[in-house]
Design a protein around this ligand. Sequence first.
Ligand code: PLP
Length: 476
Amino acid sequence: MLDNHSFREQAHKLVDWMADYMENVADLPVKSQVAPGSILAQLPEEAPTESEDFQQVFEDFQKIILPGITHWQSPNFHAYFPGNSSYPSILGEMLTSTMAAQCMIWETSPAAAELEERVMDWLKPLMGIPESWSGCIQDTASTATLAALLTAREQVCDYAINKEGFYNVERQRYYCSSETHSSIDKAVKILGGGEQNLVKVASDEKLAMIPSKLEEAIADDIALGMKPTAVVVAIGTTGTLAIDPLLEIGKVCKKYNVWLHVDAAYAGTALLLPEYHWMIEGIEMADSFVFNPHKWMFTNFDCTAYYVRDKEALLNTFEILPEYLKTKTRGKVNDYRDWGVPLGRRFRALKLWFVIRDFGIGGIQKRLREHISYAKWLKDQVESNDNFEIVIEPVLNLVCFRYVSKELNDVQIDSMNERLIAQINSGGKAYLTHTKIHGKYAIRMVMAQTYLKLDHIKSTWEVIQNCVHELEDNLK
Ligand SMILES: *Cc1c(COP(=O)(O)O)cnc(C)c1O
């Protein structure tokens, strides 16, 4: 069994392995190529009774586990949205897991609560979030959105559902665009809203919500005696990074007194660049805002920044005070367990603090601008190549494009793109995913890896073209 001496020895070895991994991750097959069940088959059916040598455990990690890992930190990972890490973030996580403090309330680790407050406050002016708002760290955007919609639910009925259940309340209605993330559907289900009460408002050519359609939906619901409760605006949808017009939607929400939640899970990081503050013009009309430093801000999962205009509404929704959690400091400090669903909380502010200090805001901005410039480069390549077309105007560092051919019809083009992605991903040199845009199958390429350089984009673009040639040869 590991003791302090052997822990020290093994930890040093692991750190060397970690540095080697980071150095060589670009050479590993990005998407794990294993067949379903193949990892399970290598693991014994019963847990060991006796202690096993850690050296053996670590060898099994390398032999059995690693081949079943998709390398999210590879600079050739362009799928979904990234789940970035970085050197300072990893070091922060090492310390967090060593102290393993439960940071549920201020008393259980004052530094965790106060660092969280400070780091959340740092980001507000940089991102254009109103000074008077309050921020905390949640595990995921899904949880933060659930917290927002629960608060909206309670505020609209004067906390009646929390007290009595759903017996005497009006039917509540929630709104988002047809493009918004599935976490909204999930939140409405969990909070007891009923999925039929989530109204999917039509979006325009750019896939952004149409404010006049939202207003029509709200007015129709009021006419039917229902209660418009919350609207979720997407600043950067998951498919294409479409940006809902916050200012106009904000005016509708103010007019009808509806909670306005802003989901900027991925694109929110770009607000660290002053030139992108236009994305949240009208934020002062919103009630809550979420973005994920664990996506594009170089901070390990999990780390979600959640901001709310009226902290009291949030606390009134979640606060519960059993005897064993009563403290003398209550009311003078932030007890973050009242700010969301779980009681227990990891010390997540530490890694974010490390990242911000190690990069500096200027260093973060530099990288974000580089990433955005890669998308411009790729767009130019796509546009100057007869085999490809841009499917929707790129936003930030996401380019949606597809293979096209005059000899193929729409259905054939879709299936060709599907095969193209499969071919690229099975080669292991890059990992891309797809979306559907106005019915067309489109390849999504996100350029957001922490240590990404233009050379990686160039070589992925070559991989894509080579795969096209192989597929075209097969067709002949
Ligand atoms: C990724 C994403 C989410 C969900 O984020 P989690 O932190 O994994 O819950 C929600 N909304 C949008 C727009 C996203 O891109």
